[in-house]
Design a protein around this ligand. Structure first.
Ligand SMILES: C[S@@+](CC[C@H](N)C(=O)[O-])C[C@H]1O[C@@H](n2cnc3c(N)ncnc32)[C@H](O)[C@@H]1O
Length: 247
């Protein structure tokens, strides 16, 4: 199950690259009628569902559920992640604009994306630890890829990617994160692994650029310090609030 399947780019890539076995039953879900109609027309071997996930939940279980920067545009992303967790049998994966300090922001006044036609959508900034909390209640093997600061954020209220001046991207440690969460049978521990984006980047130029990006390295070591403490903590010590948090 792919959430936010748009024009079927992921399905097309997976099939063309022979990365998906023919037995797999693929379902794409999107709010966009245009996207779903295109997929129905062009990719007839998969199932395509037009659905607004903020109104109607996923109501069937799937072995693997994945999404990339789609939940990031939906109201109350943490609720969507809870629904994804509940409906996943084996493994899920998500990519979003993340922060490491302060509560998750899902508020059009504080952060929004403007489409070319002028329509505003949510531009959520999702706290990695709040998502990990949701995932750890079910999965025991979690991988975190931290991609570092990614998009440019603008304080000008008419900008395509607007973030209120109240939000300090540096203090919040805003970046891009991919999480994968899996259930491994007969494995009693809960483990979170941090994968260095650097290690998955093939090009030498990119590796060098990552290496010299001080903000990226600083965020990564912050994450590497915080995750073991987060895993060891007792429940009542959990806090996401920082001086930069917005309620
Ligand atoms: C930024 S695009 C990402 C598309 C694709 N996953 C990718 O990585 O290129 C976000 C997608 O999420 C879909 N989407 C946004 N809000 C949604 C909602 N409430 N329910 C279902 N899909 C939604 C949009 O229509 C769009 O196709």
């Amino acid at each position: 199950m792919e959430i936010g399947s748009a024009a079927g780019g992921a399905y097309d890539f997976l099939t063309r690259s022979n990365l998906m076995s023919k037995e797999i039953e693929y379902t794409g879900l999107d709010i966009s009628e245009k996207g779903i109609n295109y997929c129905k027309e062009n990719f007839k071997n998969a199932n395509w569902i037009k659905q607004d996930l903020t109104i109607k939940k996923i109501d069937k279980k799937y072995d693997y559920i994945f999404e990339r920067i789609a939940v990031h545009h939906m109201k109350d992303p943490l609720k969507i992640f809870e629904n994804m967790r509940d409906m996943t049998n084996k493994s899920l994966s998500t990519s979003f604009v993340s922060c490491m300090n302060g509560d998750t922001i899902s508020n059009l006044n504080l952060a929004r994306y403007r489409h070319d036609k002028g329509e505003y959508v949510y531009f959520n900034i999702i706290n990695i630890f709040e998502v990990l909390e949701i995932l750890l209640s079910k999965f025991n093997f979690i991988q975190v890829w931290y991609g570092g600061p990614h998009e440019k954020l603008f304080n000008d209220s008419t900008a395509h990617q607007y973030v209120s001046p109240e939000i300090n991207p540096h203090n919040r440690r805003i970046g891009r994160t991919t999480l994968t969460a899996t259930i491994i049978e007969n494995f009693d521990e809960k483990k979170i692994y941090i994968l260095n984006k650097n290690s998955s980047v093939k090009s030498l130029v990119k590796k060098i650029l990552f290496h010299f990006n001080e903000k990226y390295r600083d965020d990564l070591s912050f994450l590497e310090n915080k995750i073991p403490k987060f895993l060891d903590r007792s429940k009542d010590q959990v806090t996401y609030n920082s001086p930069y948090a917005h309620k």
